[in-house]
Write a protein that binds this ligand. Structure first.
Ligand code: ZN
Length: 241
């Protein structure tokens, strides 16, 4: 059984479609780490696709925002405008589906959470070395998969090991080791690479690989502008920032 791990799709249908096409023949099931909506111009279509295709989905802070579980005052002005716009694009059924998503799930030997699995409701970002090593202490499974920062990262601990990988490609988890992997963002990468990011996890081979997939950035960008959303949200897709 191999899994695709998708996070931070953010209403970017072009990026999501490209990732779904890329992983179709490579995996048996899909898991989603949250922030399906927010920022992008196609939140409803992304909710539909994720609902149909993903075996397990956890909520991100943008789900919490559009369903009223998180005060919008917590957001920066761009995110707030996008959250209010997104809320209006979703049907009552779609909002109810998002509202029912759990913050943490366990799939096999992996814990799924959008933010730090140590306290998912606090929405803490895992970016630097210490963030991830601290969160690893709270993990009860060998694998932890997260999103939220839109930056692919990996933290690995084990006998004589304490590795922080700011640009993880392929990672093999030896017995006795544990790791947290941020799989990057499908719909709004922020590591300077505009291509969509997602990961493929093979539990039997104890391996995870972060992949990058080109998509029609120009189309996604144009739709954000045409929707009247902040232009910054459109332009950042081009640079992956
Ligand atoms: Zn996000």
């Amino acid at each position: 059984m191999r899994y695709a791990l998708l996070s931070d799709i953010h209403g970017n249908l072009e990026a999501l479609a490209a990732v779904l096409a890329d992983c179709r023949d490579r995996v048996d099931a899909l898991l989603c780490l949250g922030d399906v909506v927010g920022y992008g111009a196609d939140p409803a279509a992304c909710v539909q696709l994720v609902g149909e295709r993903c075996q397990a989905v956890v909520a991100g802070n943008h789900e919490a925002a559009v369903t009223g579980r998180l005060d919008l005052a917590w957001f920066n002005p761009y995110a707030r405008v996008a959250a209010e716009w997104t809320r209006r694009q979703l049907s009552a059924t779609e909002r109810a589906w998002l509202a029912a998503l759990p913050l943490v799930l366990t799939v096999g030997e992996a814990t799924l959470a959008h933010a730090s699995p140590a306290a998912p409701e606090a929405w803490d970002y895992l970016v630097g070395p210490e963030d991830g090593f601290a969160a690893l202490g709270a993990l009860s499974t060998p694998w932890g998969f997260v999103g939220h920062s839109h930056l692919p990262r990996a933290w690995l601990t084990g006998p004589g090991r304490r590795d922080w990988m700011p640009q993880p490609g392929e990672l093999v988890l030896e017995p006795g080791c544990r790791c947290i992997v941020n799989v990057g963002s499908v719909g709004q990468p922020r590591d300077g690479d505009p291509r969509a990011a997602y990961a493929i996890w093979d539990p039997e081979a104890r391996r995870i690989v972060v992949r990058r997939v080109p998509y029609d950035v120009a189309a996604a960008r144009r739709k954000i502008v045409e929707a009247g959303l902040p232009r910054f949200l459109a332009d950042r897709l081009v640079e992956g920032r």
